[in-house]
Design a protein around this ligand. Structure first.
Ligand code: OSB
Ligand code: MG
Length: 343
């Protein structure tokens, strides 16, 4: 497997002054806490091809945020490659909520063929994970269920937990442990014990300087790809092709603008064997589009999504939050220009 050349930075970037002038910052309340987040903040950029979303999580430093800006600029300036399918199946997403909340969370997704369940939340036990997954299985006997530990287990805990969780029937387990070497160990130990759970890498793709290491080191059966941390739809397509593994596209808890980019990626992949984690708008109380990218019958249609001026105003962030994002945009833009020069 050759390492692809990722130097496909566009020949020109928009002027910073232009970006700052057009940028809009929104803060949208979540229905349930997710990743510790109760409000999702995003900076949106208009361009010739549409809107782009720049919403790296607040704790990310400027270097980690740079590919997110590249993705936003791609969407705004270039739009997306040709799709090969007209709709994208999506999974429901169940945060690390109590068992009695599972039904209410699932109800918001409508009919979905697959559900992702968050597990290994700090402060919770494997017993709580088992109960949450069992509740999803009880409510949806025929759904595909995958769990996402966000690297929250160590290797022995992961093997024991997945052995128990496998009873419910799992499509795969996403990032059971934090490190690539650990993923590989978990994968080998599950195989040795004959436990039928595939391993998916998420953070080990999007947070690594080399997103292909997972594939080279045989550490996962499939990869999770998110447009923003990988630097855009086109670069994500290159990474999936180079990895040679099945890919699941997932959101970063985006507004409809970011979900649209994820749908573009999912719609352009030559193969799409699993439902994608792009149903996350159901976890939020609002959006920037009058017709949000919400699944219908378990799938998202591939379509453009006009942004509403009224909704941009309704969810406009406070002036201090807005200024924080504009300052961040300016710093990260500087990072990206330096990267372009050395690419
Ligand atoms: O994949 C999904 O079902 C929803 C998206 C999701 O889980 C997520 C959302 C924001 C940040 C990280 C993650 C993650 O997959 O770990
Ligand atoms: Mg994940």
């Amino acid at each position: 497997m050759a390492t692809p050349d990722f130097s496909s930075a566009p020949g020109s970037r928009p002027e910073l002054s232009e970006l700052l002038a057009g940028a809009r910052v929104v803060s949208i309340p979540m229905r349930v806490r997710f990743r510790g987040i109760l409000h999702r903040e995003a900076l949106l950029i208009p361009g010739a091809a549409g809107w782009g979303e720049f919403s790296p999580f607040p704790e990310y430093d400027d270097a980690e945020a740079a590919p997110w800006l590249a993705a936003a600029l791609e969407a705004a300036a270039e739009g997306y490659p040709e799709p090969v399918r007209g709709s994208v199946p999506v999974n429901g997403t169940v945060p690390a909520v109590a068992v009695d909340q599972v039904e209410g969370v699932l109800a918001r997704f409508g009919a979905v063929g697959a559900v992702k369940v968050k597990v290994a939340e700090r402060g919770q036990t494997v017993a709580e994970d088992l109960a949450r997954v069992a509740e999803v299985r009880r409510l949806l006997p025929n759904a595909g269920i995958r769990v996402d530990a966000n690297g929250g287990w160590d290797v022995p805990t992961a093997v024991a937990a997945l052995e128990a969780l496998a009873e419910a029937g799992l499509e795969y387990a996403e990032q059971p442990v934090p490190e690539i070497a650990g993923l590989r160990e978990v994968r080998q130990e599950l195989a040795r014990r004959g436990i039928p759970v595939l391993i998916a890498a998420d953070e080990s793709v999007r947070k690594e300087t080399d997103p292909l290491r997972v594939a080279r080191e045989d550490a996962a059966d499939l990869i999770v790809v998110k447009v923003a941390p990988l630097g855009g739809v086109r670069r994500a397509l290159e990474i999936v092709a180079a990895a040679g593994l099945p890919a699941v596209v997932s959101s970063a808890l985006d507004t409809s603008v970011g979900i649209r980019a994820g749908v573009a990626l999912a719609a352009s992949l030559p193969q799409l064997p699993y439902a994608c984690g792009l149903g996350t708008l159901s976890l939020m109380t609002g959006d920037v589009a009058e017709q949000p990218m919400l699944p219908d019958g378990g799938a998202l249609a591939v379509r453009d999504v006009p942004v509403s001026e009224e909704l941009l105003e309704r969810y406009a962030a406070d002036p201090d939050v807005t200024q924080w994002w504009l300052d961040r945009l300016e710093r990260v833009y500087g990072q990206l220009m330096r990267r372009d020069r050395t690419a």
